[in-house]
Design a binder for this molecule. Structure first.
Ligand SMILES: [Zn+2]
Length: 180
């Protein structure tokens, strides 16, 4: 964060760079782990994950400095929302990741559909987070942890329904169908 209280800008804090660091961290985890470093004041990303037993986000991302919030089934009540807003607006986290997991024991689960619903809920319920995403200051990303193969899969955001193409059959052009 700079002297004006605004989150720092620059390529090192861009959402895409943060995502690349998380992916690199997950690669370290996959190839044999990495030391878990103490968290600093400038987390690479804020991660919302399920409170069910599963590896900590910092472990899954190979020791990358992340700001972790865990709630049962990715619920985003006021406490979780406030914590995530703090990470994005005060600590300047350039990326917010909703991390579900395939083996979720909760009734609504926390698989891809739940992750997509949570991504939408974060923006709907928090004007601060929505503004940070709209301005490009913070990226919003979904992932799901698969316990069986110890792998993270990306969750594609729900696409807004495509505009319906109205295809009207044109009446035959009499001029073109007319015999010469
Ligand atoms: Zn769960």
């Amino acid at each position: 964060m700079d002297a004006t209280g605004s989150p720092r800008q620059g390529w090192q804090t861009s959402p895409s760079f943060a995502l690349a660091r998380l992916r690199a961290g997950h690669h370290r985890f996959r190839v044999g782990g990495a030391p878990v470093l103490p968290g600093g004041p400038d987390p690479v990303a804020a991660i919302l994950s399920c409170a069910d037993p599963q590896p900590e986000a910092v472990t899954v991302f190979g020791g990358t400095d992340v700001y972790a919030v865990r709630t049962a089934g990715l619920e985003v009540g006021p406490a979780a929302l406030g914590s995530l807003e703090y990470a994005v607006t005060h600590l300047g986290a350039p990326l917010l990741v909703v991390l579900g997991h395939a083996a979720c024991s909760l009734p609504r689960g926390s698989g891809p559909d739940r992750v997509r619903a949570t991504l939408a809920a974060l923006r709907r319920r928090s004007p601060l987070l929505d503004q940070a995403v709209r301005s490009g200051r913070c990226g919003l990303h979904g992932m799901v942890w698969h316990d069986a193969d110890r792998l993270l899969n990306e969750v594609r955001p729900a696409l807004s329904p495509p505009a319906r193409r109205v295809c009207r059959l044109r009446p035959p052009n009499r001029a073109s169908t007319r015999s010469p």
